[in-house]
Design a protein around this ligand. Structure first.
Ligand code: SF4
Ligand code: SF4
Length: 371
């Protein structure tokens, strides 16, 4: 692979949350403690070295930044306070920003003011659109006068299609980069199946993350990084399933929403699981007790706040619907909930949320190329 040196590479990565990685004097402590260094060579030191010499292609072309699960062990043992764990997190943000063609992601990651303005603007436009345009006849269980039931569904579909279009460009870019990865081989055809199995297993169980948890992880499982992450992921998936079931069945059948309707039960349980996961993640970040929660960037808060508000407003709406509580406040909460849910999907390619797409792809390429 041709080497193009970018002398400003570390400066650029720093804008995505890295600390003074130039202070690294290559002692190798981080590699010695990293649970991944057995399987991924000199990890994370190799990526630090590549960053220091400005080799941008090799820094972001491989899947390595996505293998790190941010345990923070390397940062804990670094004698130079170069925060290698934060460097790895910044590399992932950098890779996401480099994968979308509009430049919105790059601006949102680097400027808090820009991120806030875009978030408010997109939210206000979506909210105003839903509040103004009324489509179709609302079903009998619908108690929110300010928003049309059909409008939410139609706009939700349109937003999802737009999000898919923006993320497809990023996926093509990331595949293109991964195909030029120096660790890539020509895997045997049968390897695809086992790589896919390994990827799915890792995503749904986070086995590697849990089993290789460093000594500094809290002993109690409910405070562990991996379990909190799993709770947020499964809670979110459950809420998506519940919303889809609601849409499919309540649109087709003249059913009334009840707390015992299966989709409601899935939604209620999933919402609780996600709310616990997000609250625990926020508490860890507020307390800063663990090394991997000591520094929280704006993109991290952005995602956590979105998920937290979505879960809380979701419960509010469930109570209002179950007890038929008609009020302008509930109308406002409905509008907020719908606008934020759509915004989360619409901005998928430009925010930390993109890792739900990019990490599985990188893991798959990594497993595919393992001996
Ligand atoms: S522990 Fe710190 S100084 Fe040593 S190689 Fe890692 S980042 Fe560099
Ligand atoms: S944060 Fe953990 S997994 Fe990531 S490089 Fe550091 S020690 Fe390795």
């Amino acid at each position: 692979m041709a080497i193009t040196v970018n002398p400003d590479l570390l400066k650029e990565i720093k804008e995505y949350g890295a600390f003074d990685i130039n202070a690294c004097f290559n002692c190798g402590n981080c590699t010695a403690v990293c649970p991944l260094s057995d399987t991924v060579g000199s990890f994370p030191r190799k990526l630090i070295r590549l960053g220091q010499i400005g080799d941008k292609n090799r820094v972001i072309s491989g899947p390595e930044p996505w293998l790190c699960y941010y345990c923070g062990e390397c940062s804990d043992t670094c004698p130079r306070q170069a925060e290698p764990g934060e460097y790895m997190a910044a590399l992932r943000r950098y890779a996401i920003a480099q994968s979308e063609p509009t430049g919105i992601g790059r601006l949102m990651y680097r400027s808090g003011v820009f991120a806030v303005i875009v978030t408010l603007l997109v939210g206000i436009v979506l909210g105003a659109f839903m509040q103004t345009v009324k489509v179709g006849k609302n079903p009998s269980h619908w108690i929110f006068g300010a928003v049309s039931y059909q409008m939410i569904h139609y706009l939700g579909i349109a937003v999802s299609i737009l999000a898919v279009l923006t993320i497809v460009g990023g996926i093509m870019k990331i595949f293109n980069r991964l195909s030029s990865w120096e660790g890539g081989t020509k895997p045997a055809p049968g390897k695809w199946v086992s790589a896919l199995k390994q990827t799915i297993t890792e995503i749904i169980t986070m086995k590697r993350h849990r089993e290789e948890s460093p000594a500094s992880e809290p002993v109690v499982w409910y405070r562990s990084h991996a379990w909190i992450h799993l709770a947020i992921m499964y809670g979110f998936i459950g809420l998506l399933v519940a919303t889809t079931l609601d849409f499919v069945f309540l649109e087709l059948l003249p059913l009334h929403l009840s707390i015992f309707w299966p989709a409601r039960i899935i939604g209620t349980v999933s919402g609780l699981v996600m709310l616990w996961g997000v609250s625990a993640a926020m508490l860890r970040r507020f307390s800063k007790e663990e090394k991997n929660a000591a520094h929280t960037s704006l993109p991290d808060w952005w995602l956590l706040i979105f998920l937290f508000v979505l879960a809380l407003t979701g419960y509010w709406l469930e109570i209002a619907t179950t007890f038929k509580l008609v009020s302008p406040v509930n109308d406002g909460i409905m509008l907020l909930h719908a606008a934020m849910a759509m915004e989360l999907i619409l901005l998928l390619a430009f925010t930390k949320f993109a890792h739900v797409i990019y990490r599985p792809i990188a893991l798959f390429v990594y497993f595919l190329n393992q001996a």
